[in-house]
Every structure is written in structure tokens, then in C-alpha cells.
Design a protein around this ligand. Structure first.
Ligand SMILES: Nc1nc2c(ncn2[C@@H]2O[C@H](COP(=O)(O)OP(=O)(O)OP(=O)(O)O)[C@@H](O)[C@H]2O)c(=O)[nH]1
Ligand SMILES: [Mg+2]
Length: 419
């Protein structure tokens, strides 16, 4: 099959307040298109004050695009903005070629990369949710005018049947996701009972999260130099130097201007992130848009309502840095970050040390004597901390342990216990 030839249309509205220059939006769009396996033939910039409801961009500009498509043998026009169904159809009519927007592009990549049933279910759900509002036809417009003779053609009926079918399918997919999520909830509950701390790797797509998980746990997770390689949540247990276990999870990468409902659709995948005790933000230190990417990640974390979670920043891919001043600037701007190379296993011990330090600061050593009527507490100590000494005396069970500070605090208030 010949390679699809794409024309990119990067649109920047005057009202957009983000700090992404149009060139950066364009080059990211280019990366997304290349990830889909298409060839980027040309990239047209389009600045406008306000989107129009029928075409998004101006009519003159659209006709110009039509001409370029003809001259350059383009198969597909890809817009960097989100288009409504009407805009997309109108643009397609004038341009005369398949016209898609950035969300469709992302969905296409997601569909290619989803491997597990859960990943696939989420992608299908997002695709259908994208499609639903775009299923508008002439028949519907007429029926909204009050119906009447000749307004209920077979076209409308077909559309209505289709819409009903999709709605049913959406419900079914949501139900499937609820089941899968329940299963993970049970696993997480078990972990929580055993007090295994959880760490989630977050970061911009392609920052090196999966590589980091692999190097840390030698787990063979798929790594590729393309966007959104990971779509399914993967968790592994890792033993720290102090003998404590933690669960570390890899997940879907973030992106600038990620459409809101895509985040919604991927909430199940992001559950590990939502529930994690600690986040490790992996940044690609060699990327020219590092600062914008870091900001985009903060925006997504905020949108997920977890911007307050403790976070350790890891500046990754330092093996690719040959400019010392760039590294100096980064370490100044991210003073608490650990500088690593996930691929070459550089400084990962420092990162682990930092993770360990974080959890240790939540623990305290405790010793005391528990009455025999409260052996449930001994169980709790084993589950939630580390018991270093246990002796069965006549007056009770003498215990030395490393316990979460919250547990120690409650013990201090307990009159049955001899400290
Ligand atoms: N040179 C170098 N390359 C790295 C390093 N870490 C990751 N990479 C490369 O960066 C690319 C992306 O790595 P992944 O681990 O798949 O990135 P990710 O963050 O999981 O990406 P998504 O799953 O797409 O969000 C791969 O080609 C890796 O080999 C590093 O420390 N140094
Ligand atoms: Mg990955």
C-alpha cells in the first residue's frame, strides 16, 4: 500500500493563551502523523482571530488548501485543532480530500497501540464518544424543524438506528470497564492492606517512563521511539535497598492539549496514578520543548485533581546531553530533580534512594508491650510496617517495629499499651 501523503494545517487562534509557539504545535503534530505511518508533505500555518462555525478557518484559506492538496498529491489534510462534525464535513467538501483533526489522529494511534482487552475497550469507547456528536444528517435537521410529510426519510431512520446501536455499545463498554476497574480495585485494596506503597510514573509521551520501569524491574515492557507506546497500566513490585517493597506503575503518556474526554475515557488506565502514594515525573531532558512538556503534564495532573500529590522529578535521557549549560539551567530550574538515564541505568540508585527517603519519612520506630487481648494489633504491625523484634512476655507481647507515623500516633493514645 502506498504511504499516505499528509498535509498538516497548524491553526493558532489569537485567543489561545498557552505558551506553545505555532512552530512547536506544528512539529508535535508532525510527530503524531509520523507515528501513524503517514508522510508529511507540507505544513501550512494558519493564524486566525476566531474560529468560524462552518469551517473553523476562513473560506479563502480553505480554497488555498484545496489547491495545495491538488498540486502536491495529498491524500489527507490533518488539522491541529479540534473540529466539529459540521466543520469537518464542510472542509472536506471544499478541500476534496479526507480531513481529520488532532483528536482523530490521537485516537488512531491509541487504536494501534492498545494491546490488552482493557486498553482496547477504552479506545473503542473514546472512538464512539468522538463519533456520536458527529453523526448528524440532513434528516435530523429536518425532524428538528417539526417533522411532517417527507421529512422522515430512510436516511434519518438509518442514522437513528445507528445512533441507538452506538449508544448501546457505549453502555456495554462502560460496563466492561467498570468490571475491569473493580478487579484492579481488589488488587489495590490488598496492596493497601499490606501497606505496600505505590509509585506511579507520569510524564509526557516518549519521555522514557517504560524504559525506566524496565531498567528498574527488568520487566521487558514495550519501549519505542514513538508517541503513546504504552496504553495499558502495568505495575511491578520493586524491592528497595532497605528491604521494603513498593509497587511501581507505568501508564499512558500525557500530551499538550489532551482533549478532556480522552482523559475521561482513560481514567481507568490512570487509576494507578490517581491512587498512587507518590508520583515520579519523568521528563525528557534532551527535548527542546521540555519546559512546555513539563507544564502540559502539570495541567493534566490538575485536571485529574492530583496536583497536590507528592512528586519526585526525574530528568531523563541525560546521556543525550552534550551542552553543559543546558544541564546547568535544568538543574537550576528543577532543583530537587534527580538527573538520570533510564536507558543506560545512570543514577537510578539515586532515584530509588529518594523514593525510599520519601516513604521512610512517613515511618517511625516504635516499641511497646501489647496485651494478649490485642493480637489484632500485631497483625496490623506486620501488614503496615516492619516488625524487627517480638517477645512473648508474661505481661504481654513486647514489640519493636517500624510503623507508619499515623499508626504510632494512634498507639500513643491507646491506654491498653505499655510504652
Ligand atoms: N538515549 C536515551 N534514550 C532513552 C532514555 N530513556 C528512554 N529512551 C528512549 O526514548 C524512547 C521512548 O521511551 P519509552 O520508554 O517508550 O517512553 P514512554 O515515556 O514510555 O513513552 P509512551 O509510552 O509513548 O508515553 C525510546 O526510544 C527509548 O529507547 C534514556 O535515558 N536515554
Ligand atoms: Mg511507555
Amino acid at each position: 500500500m502506498p504511504i499516505e501523503r499528509a498535509l498538516l494545517v497548524t491553526v493558532k487562534l489569537d485567543s489561545e493563551k498557552d505558551n506553545w509557539p505555532i512552530e512547536d504545535v506544528a512539529s508535535e503534530l508532525e510527530e503524531l502523523v509520523s507515528t501513524c505511518g503517514a508522510e508529511v508533505v507540507d505544513n501550512i500555518y494558519c493564524r486566525c482571530a476566531k474560529p468560524t462555525s462552518n469551517l473553523f478557518i476562513g473560506k479563502g484559506k480553505t480554497e488555498e488548501l484545496a489547491l495545495i492538496c491538488q498540486e502536491e498529491g495529498i491524500d489527507t489534510a490533518v488539522f491541529s485543532c479540534d473540529l466539529s462534525g459540521t466543520q469537518q464535513r464542510n472542509l472536506e467538501e471544499i478541500i476534496g480530500k479526507k480531513t481529520i483533526d488532532r483528536t482523530q489522529l490521537i485516537l488512531d494511534i491509541f487504536a494501534r497501540h492498545a494491546k490488552t482487552p482493557e486498553g482496547k475497550t477504552q479506545v473503542e469507547l473514546a472512538q464512539l464518544q468522538y463519533l456520536m456528536p458527529r453523526l448528524v444528517g440532513k434528516g435530523i435537521m429536518l425532524s428538528q424543524l417539526g417533522g411532517g410529510i417527507g421529512t422522515r426519510g430512510p436516511g434519518e431512520q438509518k442514522l437513528e438506528v445507528e445512533r441507538r446501536r452506538i449508544r448501546k455499545r457505549i453502555e456495554k463498554l462502560k460496563e466492561d470497564l467498570r468490571h475491569l476497574s473493580l478487579h484492579r480495585l481488589t488488587l489495590r485494596k490488598k496492596r493497601k492492606e499490606n501497606n505496600i506503597p505505590s509509585v506511579a510514573l507520569v510524564g509526557y509521551t516518549n519521555a522514557g517512563k517504560s524504559t525506566l520501569l524496565n531498567t528498574l524491574t527488568a520487566s521487558g515492557q514495550l519501549v519505542r521511539d514513538s508517541l503513546f507506546t504504552t496504553l495499558d497500566p502495568i505495575s511491578r513490585v520493586l524491592r528497595l535497598a532497605n528491604g521494603e517493597n513498593i509497587v511501581i506503575s507505568d501508564t499512558v503518556g500525557f500530551l499538550h492539549n489532551l482533549p478532556h474526554y480522552l482523559i475521561e475515557a482513560f481514567k481507568a488506565t490512570l487509576e494507578e496514578v490517581l491512587e498512587a502514594d507518590l508520583l515520579v515525573h519523568v521528563l525528557d531532558a534532551s527535548h527542546s520543548r521540555l519546559y512546555e512538556q513539563a507544564k502540559a503534564v502539570s495541567v493534566v495532573l490538575k485536571e485529574l485533581g492530583i496536583e497536590e500529590k507528592p512528586i519526585i522529578t526525574a530528568l531523563n535521557k541525560i546521556d543525550l546531553l552534550d551542552d553543559a549549560s543546558w544541564l546547568a539551567r535544568l538543574t537550576q530550574d528543577f532543583p530537587n530533580a534527580v538527573v538520570i538515564s533510564a536507558k543506560l541505568n545512570q543514577n537510578l540508585d539515586r532515584l530509588l534512594h529518594k523514593i525510599q527517603g520519601h516513604f521512610q519519612s512517613k515511618m517511625a520506630s516504635w516499641q511497646g508491650i501489647i496485651p494478649y487481648s490485642r493480637t489484632d494489633l500485631v497483625d496490623l504491625f506486620y501488614r503496615q510496617g516492619r516488625v524487627t523484634e517480638i517477645k512473648y512476655l508474661q505481661k504481654g507481647i513486647k514489640i519493636k517495629a517500624n510503623l507508619p507515623k499515623t499508626v504510632v500516633f494512634n498507639l500513643l493514645k491507646n491506654k491498653e499499651i505499655i510504652v
